[in-house]
Design a protein around this ligand. Structure first.
Ligand code: NIG
Ligand code: FE
Length: 394
């Protein structure tokens, strides 16, 4: 069964053969989708015949957003913590404990319906692939169940037992690292592709470079691939550790030394920027221009979580990246699609060349530029043909 998608005023293909950062634009375009895969893209006038057709009515079509960093398995909210920050309180990760308590107390059904609701909310805003982390359970059983639930909606599941040291291990960080790298990792590895750690020596709640290395190396030994939360609150060892271990991505990168930027430029680790965090913690934004000028591959992600960034909207992050982080609309869209795909090492998403997954997002506008040009307006949505399928891909 093939479907012709037509009426595309502007198609963003992100054709990888044109190189990093190139959108591969086609105007007055068409796409042929066959069995969930892109079979053909090009000018509408040259489109081959298909069994069915969808007319998107003169709108732009872009690759579905690849949100490579989310924490969607949780219960409760932290609206009061957000309000306190907007009155001057600082973010240091301490509030994570409140979400851990709420998540431990929640039933599977509660967590599942919250998770699926957020995934659907993302899809309505154009996101078709999402990585999902654990990290609000922090016991063997609760981390494993959070990952089991995450695996119901995505293949990109990340074990984040080393999110913070939970209250019952206060003053016993080494014992907690032993739990994470021992029984917790054993219980979680069957449900996870990735291992992550919040490497932030400046936070009393997170992990220093030595502990982060122990966690990531234990994950590697179990066949999990590393990714790292680093350099969010201060410059530290996390970025260099991530590159040394060939992590797919190092995320936040808000505070970077010149050596960090050089290390990223020489390695293959993607720098994933999370502007929703700087927005919601009233912090200085990372300097994306500095990274791009150095030749670093940059991704954008929402970091959707109840504490530091409770947005599921990639278009909002694109608008912030353009306005606040020195990115052009082209760079921001590439980072939210192909950049995200690079950050989860998925060659089948983030572009719309033949053979890619048919994850199309329609922008209710004639051009992709409107994503940043009309901030806060719900223009993007995932295209419907795959509506019955779990939205985050496997
Ligand atoms: O990516 N920095 C650590 N972890 C999350 C925040 C989690 C939370 O505050 O609940 C982040 O920002
Ligand atoms: Fe995060």
């Amino acid at each position: 069964m093939s479907t012709l998608v037509t009426g595309i005023a502007e198609l963003v293909t992100n054709d990888p053969s044109r190189g990093t950062g190139r959108l591969g634009l086609v105007t007055d375009a068409a796409v042929i989708v066959e069995d969930g895969t892109v079979a053909w893209t090009g000018s509408r006038r040259r489109a081959p015949a298909a069994d069915a057709s969808i007319d998107v009515g003169g709108r732009a079509v872009v690759p579905g957003f690849v949100d490579s960093h989310t924490h969607l398995v949780f219960a409760g909210d932290r609206a009061a913590e957000f309000e306190a920050r907007m009155s001057g309180a600082r973010y240091d990760g301490g509030g994570i404990a409140a979400t851990v308590a709420a998540t431990r107390a929640a039933s599977d059904d509660t967590l599942r319906s919250r998770l699926r609701g957020l995934v659907a909310e993302m899809r309505r805003q154009g996101t078709t692939t999402a990585e999902v982390k654990s990290g609000y359970g922090l016991t063997v059983e609760d981390e494993a169940r959070c990952l089991r639930l995450a695996a119901e909606v995505t293949a990109e599941t990340t074990f984040l037992g080393a999110h913070v040291v939970p209250a019952e291990y206060a003053g016993r960080h080494e014992d907690y690292v032993a739990l994470v790298t021992g029984p917790m990792l054993a219980a979680c590895a069957p449900f996870a592709r990735w291992i992550d750690v919040f490497c932030e020596p400046a936070s009393a709640h997170a992990f220093d470079g030595d502990a982060a290395r122990v966690v990531l190396e234990a994950g590697l030994a179990r066949g999990l691939q590393p990714r790292v939360h680093a350099n969010q609150l201060s410059a530290g060892p996390g970025v260099r550790l991530a590159v040394e271990l060939d992590a797919a991505s190092v995320d936040h990168c808000t505070h970077l030394s010149d050596a960090d930027v050089d290390t990223l430029a020489d390695g293959s680790t993607v720098a994933t920027l999370l502007p929703g965090v700087e927005f919601a913690t009233r912090s200085p934004y990372p300097d994306a221009r500095r990274l791009l000028s150095a030749g670093v591959t940059v991704a954008l992600a929402t970091d959707c979580n109840p504490g530091s960034s409770f947005t599921s909207s990639m278009p909002f992050c694109i608008a912030l990246a353009v306005r606040e982080m020195g990115m052009t609309p082209v760079e921001a869209l590439w980072a939210a699609t192909a950049g995200g795909a690079a950050a989860v090492r998925r060659p089948d998403v983030g572009h719309l060349g033949p053979g890619a997954r048919a994850d199309l997002a329609v922008v209710d506008a004639p051009s992709h530029r409107y994503l940043a040009y009309r901030p806060g307006v719900p223009l993007a949505r995932a295209l419907a043909p795959d509506d019955g399928r779990p939205p985050t891909g496997s």
